[in-house]
Every structure is written in C-alpha cells, then in structure tokens.
Ligand binder design. Structure first.
Ligand code: AGP
Length: 610
C-alpha cells in the first residue's frame, strides 16, 4: 500500500526522506519519489522500481532543502510509470507538490472540469487532480491553506495528503479522510508519515491526525485545524516501539524471523491476559459494549484475519454457546446489516487500517452496533474507533504474509471464547482450568514444531515445482486449510486452494491426479476419522499427500507421501499448531522459487484502499 513521509528541519533532507521510504517499503510498492523545497525552489525526483533506484539517482545530486515529502506508490489508478509515481507537481507558475494515499472516487469529473479550464494532466492517476485543484483555487483564494480547504470540499473518497509549495515555502500542509496520517514532533524539526515505522527512529512523540483535520507543519510549530478551520488542541502520544522489530536480527527474511518469534509472542499474550489461572480483559468496559448480554457476534475481517475469525466462530459457539456469524469485510459492508439487539460486531485486523474492515466498523456503528476489535497496531484507526479492543501484542509484523499475528489472533479468540464460557457458566471450573493449563503449554509445543523446520524444508524441496496445491481440513482445521493455501499463494505465486475436506466429492476431487500435492490437515481431533476417509479419496486418485498429523499417529504413515508431525494436544489447540508447518512449507517453497517473501508482488501489508 502507498506510503507517505515528510520532513521539515535541518537534517539532510534527501536522506531523511529516502530512509523514511525504505522503512515503509515493507508495505508493498512499485515506484517512489521525493520533492524538496530549497530556498523557495521546488524540485522533484521519481523512479519506478525499488527505492534504491531512486536513491542511487539522488545520491549523485547534492540536494539541499529545508523541507520535503516522499511517497511509495502501490498502483490503483494507472500503470507503474515514472509519470504516475508521486509526488505530483502542479501549479500555475509557482509549483505545488502533493503525495496521496487512498482513492479519489470523483477524480474523473474533477479532471474533466479542470481540463476544460485548460489544466494539463500528465499522469493517469486519480491523485493528480488534488494538485491541480489546489492550483485552481489558489487563483481566487488568498492563501495556499484556503486553496487547500476549497480543494478538500470537492474531494470524495479516501485520502491522506501532504502538500508543499513555492506558494508557501516554509510549511508542509497535510489533511486526511479515511487513510492514516501521523505527525512526528521533534526539537526544531517535525515529521509526517502514513506509518509510524518510518519516523519512529527520529521521534516517539506523535500526533494522530483525525479525519477532516488539516495540519500546518512548520519547523518549530504544528497547528491543527478542525473541519470548520478552527485551531484545536491535540494529544501528543508517546509511542513505546522497539525499532529492533524492524531488523532481521540474523534471519534471512522478516517472515522467517516472525515465524520463529511465535513462541515468544504466545508467552507475551498469555502474560497479558492470563494470571493465576484466570483470563482477564481488564481494559474492556463490558457494560459499554454489552458483553454480558450479547446473543450474537458478527465477526468481520479480511484475508488471514478472516480465517482467524472463522476459527473464532468455532471457539465461541462451542465454548460460549453464542451464535456467531463471520463475514468478509468487503461483503459485510454491502449486505443488509440486521440488528436483533444484543449484537456485537467483532472487527479483526492486524494493521487496524484495512479499509474494508474500517468501513464496516463505521457502518456498523452508524447502525448503533457496538464494535469490539482484535487489533495488533495500537492507535491505528480501528483501535481508536472501536468501543473496545483486545490487542494481539504480536509486535510489529513486517512480512506482508501474516504469520505471528495470525497465531496471536487465534490465541486471543480462544481466550476470549473461554473467558465468555466461564463467565456465562457454560464451562465448569475444571474445564476452564484444564483449558488454561493446556494453552499454557502452547509455546513449548510450537518450539518443538520449529525444531522440525529442516524436515519441512526437505518436503518443500520435493514439491516446489508443482504448479498447484490443494489444502484440505475439517472443523477448526478447515479454516486452517484456507490459511495454508493463502500463505503459499501469496508468497510463491503458486495457485493453491483451501477446501473443507468433506467438500471434495462436490467438485474439487476432479482436480486430483498424480501431479497434485494435497496438504491434508489431519491432527487427531473429533473429525479425524472423517479426514482419513477424505485422504483415501485423494490417494485412490493417485494424489500426492502431505499430511500434517499428531505425533505418534502411525496409521496415517501408510498412506502419506510425506508427513509432518505436531505434538499431541486438545482439538482447540490444533489450528495454532498446524499453522507453523504450513507457514514454513510456504516460506521454503517461495525461497526455492526466488520469490520476494517479505514483499510479494502486488501485495501490501496494510490494504488501506477498498
Ligand atoms: C495475510 O497474509 C495477508 N497479508 C492479508 O490477507 C491480510 O491478512 C489482510 O489484508 C487483512 O489485514 P489486517 O489483518 O491488517 O486487516
């Protein structure tokens, strides 16, 4: 997803901007650019490809400047070209440079109006209209700020924008609606970013710009205006963030590092929510969200978070006996939300910025639903707009493919479901206590699985040239199969499909032949025998079986081409156990194919556009 950086101060402008863009690169992009103002002269440089292309080009120039903005572009409108890269430079004489995250939904009508007025558009992007619209209004307004206010009144869609201009050369002016923008406060210098990661190495004091606010940022002052143009007070947040999380610490890739961090992350979550064999979500105001009287949960999420929501449904309905629906956010948003009363929407989002999930949250709240969210990034939009939040404490996840945070979400959903089961008297004290004892053993189970990584690599070496995979599972592990398929496809670009094993006969079985590897998620759970029957359906059609099984299960050996064992554990822990073998299988296959596992093509870490 696109990234924005900005800086005003005395440091070397190009290095602050380029390093800031590098720290945004994990979000996914296809081109990058910066614009600077030096002695009231605006300059701009843009390149397609990786940021080091831009950096190599800029290094040859001796760029001076007191302020500047930069952008990594993840194409939404218009192909990846230098012209379409940001910043876009416009203006009637004195230049204006803008960078934009989001989508201007009414850009076509604005563009055609301005073209009729003689404005020349060079790019095929929606974003370019912002710069020309500001230039247009500046002709009749008495300042850059009032021209920007006029421009904002015409924009529809989502945006976070930073503007610099020769018209007012000592300011960065920013504004946002529906797309995050952060201001970093320094001593006689200030920063702007769409993602804390790009400025955290300079300052931990940040301001989260709210929707419809405008920030006027100078070297030693920051002024924030509300929708009616009045200066407002703003809260300065001191962020606790370990920049080391954005280092690989000896691993070849962030994804591998984050896979190996999982036992530590699980221990951290357990320490946050479990003490004296009791689960506590102390920071949630149960009465505010009506948790004690909820009769229906509606989970809404995207991608991997949707998969953890599907597993969450099994947990909540089984252990808390509460009706639970699960929706993909982009679908939930457009279906008729019907409130029965005593409903609670659960939004699950690692980044807390996913546009569809955020939009659903807002839609739900507009219909008087309360929203409890499962979020990893504190102070993200979903965090700040929810009525309650359960944090997944998995630390910054740099790899675009979610690994440690998926596991964190599963654990948080599990703890949440047995917390409800216990408070509602569904679980006996013994059941509750036994489940907590079991889940406390999860880190050691995960460590044991990670010791098997070499075996999983060997299996990956055997199958990495396969051009398609099928993943099958039942019960809790049907969503596990979906997640395993997503992990593989998103980092190796191999077509992989996840299916409920019981569905094979209804179509997918036609795919099976001697060339098709089928990953069978088959730990010893209550659906084990049914899974064995499904595996027989696969092998009787010569499918290749990679079986994920429970340690000591010798029965599956006779019909597996390859087998990966996970420790024996209660059913409810199996989705958390089987996730690591599939993460590693995907990782090693992608490495064998020389794929960019941390920044897979076309993907972004946080999908902040619809
Ligand atoms: C996960 O591997 C993917 N990168 C993607 O599906 C992700 O889970 C999805 O975009 C939702 O992101 P969120 O959890 O930040 O909302």
């Amino acid at each position: 997803m696109c990234g924005i950086v900005g800086y005003i101060g005395d440091r070397d402008i190009s290095s602050v901007l380029i390093v800031g863009l590098e720290r945004l690169s994990y979000r996914g992009y296809d081109s990058a650019g910066i614009a600077t103002l030096s002695e009231s002269e605006l300059s701009c440089w843009k390149k397609t490809g990786k940021i080091h292309e831009l950096s190599r080009f800029i290094d040859k120039l001796s760029i001076k400047g007191q302020l500047g903005i930069g952008h990594t572009r993840w194409a939404t409108h218009g192909p990846t070209t230098e012209i379409n890269a940001h910043p876009h430079v416009c203006g009637n004489g004195k230049k204006i440079a803008i960078v934009h995250n989001g989508i201007i939904e009414n850009y076509a009508s604005i563009k055609s109006d301005l073209q009729k007025k003689g404005y020349i558009f060079r790019s095929q992007t929606d974003s370019e209209v912002i710069g020309h619209l500001i230039a247009y209004y500046y002709k009749t307004e008495d300042s850059l700020l009032s021209a920007i206010k006029q421009c904002i009144s015409k924009l529809q869609g989502t945006y976070s924008v930073a503007v610099i201009s020769e018209l007012d050369p000592n300011k960065i002016i920013c504004f946002r609606k529906g797309s995050p923008l952060i201001i970093g406060l320094g001593s006689n210098e200030n920063f702007v970013s769409s993602d804390i990661n790009s400025i955290i190495n300079h300052t931990k004091d940040v301001v989260y710009l709210e929707d419809s606010q405008i920030a006027i940022i100078e070297k030693s002052t920051v002024d924030i205006l509300n929708e009616s143009g009045k200066s407002v007070d703003f809260k300065v947040n001191h962020v606790e963030w370990d920049p080391n999380t954005s280092e690989k610490s000896g691993y070849d890739h962030f994804m591998l590092k984050e896979i190996y961090e999982q036992p530590h992350v699980i221990r951290k979550i357990l320490s946050k929510y479990v003490s004296n064999n009791t689960i506590q979500f102390n920071h949630i105001d149960n009465s505010k969200i009506g948790l004690d009287s909820v009769r229906r949960f509606i989970i809404q999420a995207c991608g991997t978070s949707w998969h953890s929501g599907l597993i969450g449904k099994y947990y909540i309905e089984k252990y808390a006996r509460i009706l639970t629906e699960v929706d993909i956010s982009s679908e939930f948003r457009y279906r008729q939300m019907i409130s029965h009363g005593n409903d609670l929407v659960l939004a699950i989002s690692q980044s807390g910025e996913t546009a569809d999930t955020l939009a659903c949250l807002r839609e739900a709240k507009s219909k008087f639903f309360k929203v409890l969210s499962f979020v990893n990034v504190k102070n993200s939009s979903i965090d700040r707009e929810s009525d309650g939040v359960i944090y997944s404490y998995s630390g910054q996840e740099i790899g675009v493919a979610s690994t440690k945070n998926y596991l964190s979400q599963l654990l948080c959903m599990f703890l949440f479901s047995i917390y409800l089961g216990q408070t509602r008297g569904i679980l006996s004290d013994k059941e509750y206590s036994d489940m907590i004892t079991s889940v406390n053993r999860l880190p050691e189970y995960l460590e044991k699985i990670l010791q098997n990584a070499d075996k999983i690599k060997t299996i990956s070496d055997k199958y990495y040239l396969s051009r398609e995979f099928l993943f099958i599972g039942r019960g809790y592990n049907y969503p596990s199969a979906l997640e395993g398929a997503l992990k593989l496809k998103e980092i190796s670009y191999i077509h992989a499909t996840g299916y409920a094993a019981g569905e094979l006969k209804h179509g997918p079985i036609a795919l099976i032949d001697s060339k098709l590897p089928v990953v069978c998620v088959c730990p010893q759970t209550e659906t084990y025998d049914k899974m064995i029957s499904n595996i027989h359906e696969v092998i009787s059609r010569k499918g290749k079986t990679i079986i994920i099984a429970t340690e000591g299960d010798t029965r599956v050996k006779e019909f597996s081409d390859d087998i990966i064992y996970v420790p024996k554990a209660p059913d409810y822990l199996t989705p958390m156990l089987v996730s690591i073998p599939m993460q590693l299988l995907a990782y090693y296959i992608a490495i064998n194919l020389d794929c960019d596992v941390d920044q897979p093509r076309n993907l972004a870490k946080s999908v902040t556009v619809e």
